[in-house]
Write a protein of this length. Sequence first.
Lengths: 153, 260
Amino acid sequence: MYSRRLELSVGAFVLLGALCLAFLALEVSGLASTGDNGTYRLSARFDNVAGLTTRAKVSAAGVTVGRVVGIRYDKATAAAIVDMEISQDFAEFSEDTSASILTAGLLGEKYIGLSTGGDPNNLADGDMIYDTQSAIVLEELIGKFLLNMSSEK
Amino acid sequence: MIDWIAGVGRSTLSQVSDLGRASLMLMQAIFGRSNVGVYARLTVDQIYAVGVLSLSIIIVSGLFIGMVLGLQGYTILTDYGSEQALGQMVALSLTRELGPVVTALLFAGRAGSALTAEIGLMKATEQLASLEMIGVDPLRRVVAPRFWAGVISLPILSLIFVSVGCLGGALVGVSWLGVDSGSFWANMQASVDFFDDVFNGMIKSVVFAIVVTWIAVYQGYDLVPTSEGIARATTKTVVYASLAVLGLDFFLTAVMFGEI
């Protein structure tokens, strides 16, 4: 009644499930590619982060180097502080690195672009980037444009 | 009018007492002393019946749903010139929604109805009563292994469904429609998070597994022991289980992904 074939097929079924979990973890969600060598944390102060979300990517020269892990509001300076986790593989950003909020494509998601400067000292874990360029808010742009139009007349 | 109100009251009372009986049955089947060795073997038997035998339908439907997602997604995304996002679209819809939900619906139709009919026929032919007569608790001997088998099998089936679906999407998107293979998988890996998406999908699947199997074994255990009763209980299993899955899915989605 309790045959070996049945045992074998149930075992194979469970094994197949485990393989699929591994496939989903490695191939689909890319679990292994994040945090190979650990990460370090940088913060940046922006006047405006409209549209940026956590888990947005942080890129330098178009290469993804980390992720946004938190967005806070700093009451003292009335600015937004963005916390980023940068992979240790990309640990060489100079102290005068600037950060800007960019948009992927016309309607795409917001991400942070880092461009490194010429300072010989590098940013370390927990450092803050002050040289930033805020998100472009379409309404503000249109408002400025309309203002210019009316003042020209 | 009075009759109608009385009818509403009666049916509400009977629904509530149904729920109570179902909960008591589940408690008695799961908790309480039992010989673990024997029941583990019975559970393995049932995993074969509800899990292994459902594999073919799960794999085939997973493949086709993945392929349809690839095809539909491509025609829409290509309008916006962003067909690289195809992998992301296929993987996110499968891991978050389609995988758990469609697997649970198929499972309710394929395995749930079979469970109900099997237990119902045992009741109608008085096998359950005979078991009780010789001192074996039918809840523990018949219901519990089937319940656990369902709870174990459905999440595994769901994992298989999602994996096969992603491969199906890749087959259509990359091999046939010519989306770049690198950007297909890289976009997928960049946007799918293991804990937020895959793991939450699995939690959904476990919840659906408990609900679907519970409904199936309860309908079988509680039916009117006639051929008509079995037919009605089997229908009820599929209808109630499908509605419960779709309804619960909304609430689980609201809790898990609502703030995003």
